[in-house]
Each structure stands twice: as structure tokens, then as C-alpha cells.
Design a protein around this ligand. Structure first.
Ligand SMILES: O=P(O)(O)O[C@H]1O[C@H](CO)[C@@H](O)[C@H]1O
Ligand SMILES: Nc1nc2[nH]cnc2c(=O)[nH]1
Length: 293
């Protein structure tokens, strides 16, 4: 149902809708994914590196939304990466596109119901930590969900136990074993620009004011972005482990006399600059992760 409930924007996702989408995709692909990947702004090239690709435009998939942001191709790509069967969102959905927060995570539920046991979210972000440089990667250790603290959360609405519990713990949102593995692989690949830190989610689409950036930093955040957190929440509700990798595409402006301003073109440009490193990194992670059962 679309609309407002108790004053909150809400759209409950029906289990049956997810199952119908799963059935549609299963009937049209031979890949049975164990790993789901979401490509952030400008990072969609990763999907093109999959072997034995079978791809679907979002507009052709029942119940899917469409991508409206440059740098998000809008394709669901199945294939093999690092010897594993994977499904990859080449472009994600954002609240600022006007979609209810529960709706933007339907695709995550679909990928998990298709069999994914791990979710890798990637995103572009603005660097708040002054030690971070443009082009650095950051393993997400935790997040601050600003919209969530004010009532915008994909789990608000009527609940369905088949998706998992209503009250989801998030103190372990970003799996420690996978964070350690990512750091180990980065070291092996000589990626001395990999950091580990905190991502603060704000709804966008405006980039931050100077004072907001100062506030975020005071809160302990290292980078800020307009995505990922709703996806992570849904994955955790469904019992799937998450690894988050953020690319610092620009520096957040924290002085009132700066002449430069943030812009999406710079975000995409940094994505292009780091694309190959990101692809190598994620492929190695896919190769090395192990799943029980
Ligand atoms: O989070 P992703 O989708 O990577 O994109 C980030 O980059 C865009 C702003 O340039 C915003 O959508 C922000 O969230
Ligand atoms: N909120 C936010 N999102 C981003 N995505 C890429 N860069 C930025 C940024 O500076 N701020």
C-alpha cells in the first residue's frame, strides 16, 4: 500500500510480490546466486566484468522500480565472479528519487530470496574525515541512519514474519569477518588507501551545508552519502551478512569561504578513476568469501 500511516511515508512490501519477482527471474536465468552486489554511483562497471552474463533491464522486471540517476544503468546482471554465482544491481534506487524507502529495498529482498547469502553494498560518498582523500575506499564499520532516526525506515509498516523479525539488531550490521577479510585482501593488493569508518546516511538529493558537515563529523562519521543504509537494514532483517565499501568521491566542504562545491559529475569522475581497482577488489572478495551449507 502506498501512502502515509501514522504520519510516516510507508509502503508495505508484500511477500507474494517478492516471490513473483523471484519466480520471474528464476524462470529466465540459469545462475543461482550466492552473493548479491549493489553498484554505487559510477561503479556499475563491475557488473560488466561478470562471466556468463544474463542481464535484465529493471523496467522489464515485475515490481522493480526504474533508475533515474546518471551513473546507475538500471540492469540486474547475473553471472559469475571469482568463481561464484552472483547477482549484481547495476544501479540502485534512492529515497530522493521519490520512492518510498520500503520500495527501494524490494530488489534486495528479491536477491536474497534468490539465494544470496551475503550482500556487498558499494557507494560513492563525500569525505568528512580530514585524513581521507578523494579516491580512498572505506570499509563500512557502522552507520548513522539520520532519516531512520526521524521515522524513515524500510521496516516501518505492517510486518511479515516470513521476511524476518520486526525488531532487528544492528550493532553487528557490518560483519566483522568480512571487514577483516576486505582489509586483508586490500593489503595483499597493495591498496594502502583502504580505510575503515562510519557512513552517515542523509536522504539527499542536496549535498550538505557546511554546518551539516561539521555536525556529521561531530557525530563521529567519516563519510556521508544518500544510500545503502535501507538496503543493509533489509538484508540484516533477512539474516544476510553485509560488507559495505564506500568510495570517497569528493571532499565535503567544511569552511564557509571555500570556492569549490560538491557536484555529481565529480562523483562519477572519481568512480571512473577507481573503477578498475574496485573491480579487482570486489572480485577477490567474491573469490575468498566462504558460505556455510
Ligand atoms: O550512494 P550512491 O548511489 O553510490 O550515490 C551517491 O552519489 C550520489 C550523489 O552524487 C548520491 O546518490 C549518493 O548517494
Ligand atoms: N551526501 C553526500 N553524498 C555523496 N555522494 C557522493 N558524494 C557525496 C557527498 O558529498 N554527500
Amino acid at each position: 500500500m502506498n501512502g502515509y500511516k501514522n504520519g510516516y511515508p510507508c509502503q508495505t512490501i508484500k511477500y507474494e510480490d517478492v516471490q513473483n519477482t523471484v519466480k520471474y527471474l528464476r524462470n529466465r536465468t540459469t545462475i543461482r546466486p550466492v552473493l548479491a552486489i549493489i553498484c554505487g554511483s559510477g561503479l556499475g562497471g563491475l557488473a560488466n566484468t561478470l562471466e556468463d552474463q544474463e542481464a535484465f533491464a529493471y523496467k522489464d522486471i515485475p515490481n522493480f522500480l526504474v533508475s533515474t540517476v546518471p551513473g546507475h544503468a538500471g540492469r540486474l546482471v547475473f553471472g559469475r565472479l571469482g568463481g561464484k554465482e552472483v547477482v549484481c544491481m547495476q544501479g540502485r534506487f534512492h529515497c530522493y528519487e521519490g520512492y518510498p524507502v520500503a520500495r527501494i529495498t524490494l530488489s534486495v529482498r528479491v536477491m536474497i530470496e534468490l539465494g544470496a547469502k551475503m550482500l556487498i553494498v558499494t557507494n560513492a560518498s563525500g569525505g568528512l574525515n580530514s585524513d581521507y582523500k578523494v579516491g580512498d575506499l572505506m570499509v563500512m564499520k557502522d552507520h548513522i541512519n539520520l532519516p531512520g532516526l526521524t521515522g524513515i525506515n524500510p521496516l516501518i509498516g505492517s510486518t511479515d514474519d516470513r521476511f524476518g523479525p520486526r525488531f532487528v539488531p544492528l550493532s553487528d550490521a557490518y560483519n566483522k569477518k568480512y571487514r577483516d577479510l576486505a582489509k586483508e585482501i586490500a593489503q595483499e593488493l597493495g591498496m594502502d588507501y583502504l580505510k575503515e569508518g562510519i557512513y552517515v546516511f542523509q536522504s539527499g538529493p542536496c549535498f550538505e551545508t557546511v554546518t551539516e558537515c561539521c555536525l556529521f563529523r561531530m557525530l563521529g562519521a567519516d563519510v556521508t552519502g544518500m544510500s545503502s543504509v535501507p538496503e543493509v537494514i533489509v538484508a540484516r532483517q533477512m539474516g544476510v551478512d553485509v560488507l559495505g565499501i564506500s568510495l570517497v568521491t569528493n571532499k565535503c566542504i567544511r569552511t564557509y569561504d571555500a570556492v569549490e562545491v560538491a557536484n555529481h559529475e565529480e562523483v562519477l569522475e572519481t568512480g571512473r578513476m577507481r573503477a578498475k581497482d574496485m573491480e579487482r577488489f570486489v572480485a577477490k572478495i567474491a573469490e575468498r568469501v566462504e558460505f556455510k551449507g
